[in-house]
Design a protein around this ligand. Structure first.
Ligand code: ZN
Length: 243
């Protein structure tokens, strides 16, 4: 009996997208969950999303938004939209929730799979992996052959072979033995690859099959919540174009 594992992340407080994703997981016969972090930030339902993700009882790694919301760190290196939302999010969560976010680990390994928000190359620095060189730096630090991540909000499969790193566009893909994989699961709550649909991955461990799921959700409802909360208009607009 193989396991069907949902790997999802960058929910970013988007309740409308999260509910659609979890309903799809149930329909798809998912039996375990792994979360690549950034449960909060950008959208208007941090408390609700945190409650739902915690109720899954699954491993969750710490994203940069989780980290900054939970700390009293200076936000001057954030872009102004992000900083405004970090401060708003802090005000929406209670001390116990902030402590939960603060206590999240940077990496986890469960069921033979590693998880990290950004990259195994100094995960606490939250570097971005957009190219093969950045992926190479990850692979030097990735000991388990299969690792899932997020952070860029752009789905992608990086494969490490003897001769180098290869990029495989998001698709149904069977992982080959003897290779290492660093797989970006995209974003549930704020996709940035030009496709506004919520994204996550199902990994069928018996078949070694990675499947990307893309789901329409009620973008207008998520936008209305952003506007009602008084968050920056740009955050509502970007949901519609997936940028
Ligand atoms: Zn993110």
């Amino acid at each position: 009996m193989g396991r069907r594992i949902a790997i999802f992340g960058d929910v970013h407080a988007n309740l409308d997208a999260l509910e659609v994703v979890l309903a799809d997981c149930r329909e798809q016969g998912v039996d375990s969950y792994l979360c690549t972090g950034d449960v909060v930030g950008y959208n208007a339902c941090p408390h609700e999303c945190l409650e739902i993700v915690r109720s899954l009882g699954c491993p969750v790694v710490k994203g940069n938004h989780d980290h900054y919301v939970a700390s009293t760190a200076d936000l001057s290196d954030f872009n102004p939209h992000a900083a405004a939302v970090v401060e708003w999010t802090r005000s929406m969560l209670d001390d116990e929730e902030l402590q939960y976010l603060n206590d999240l680990p940077f990496t986890e390994t469960k069921m033979g799979i590693s998880l990290v928000h950004s990259t195994m190359d100094r995960p606490e620095n939250f570097g971005y992996v957009f190219d093969n060189q950045q992926a190479e730096a990850n692979f030097i630090n990735q000991r388990i052959p299969i690792c899932f991540h997020g952070h860029t909000h752009c789905p992608m499969i990086y494969e490490k072979q003897m001769t180098g790193v290869f990029r495989i566009d998001p698709q149904d893909f069977v992982l080959r033995p003897g290779r290492k994989y660093f797989i970006n699961v995209g974003s549930v709550g704020q996709p940035r690859d030009g496709d506004p649909r919520a994204t996550y991955v199902i990994y069928d461990a018996a078949q070694r099959l990675v499947s990307y799921r893309r789901l329409e959700y009620d973008v207008a409802a998520a936008q209305a919540r952003i506007r009602a909360a008084g968050l920056p208009e740009r955050l509502a607009e970007r949901l519609a174009c997936g940028q």
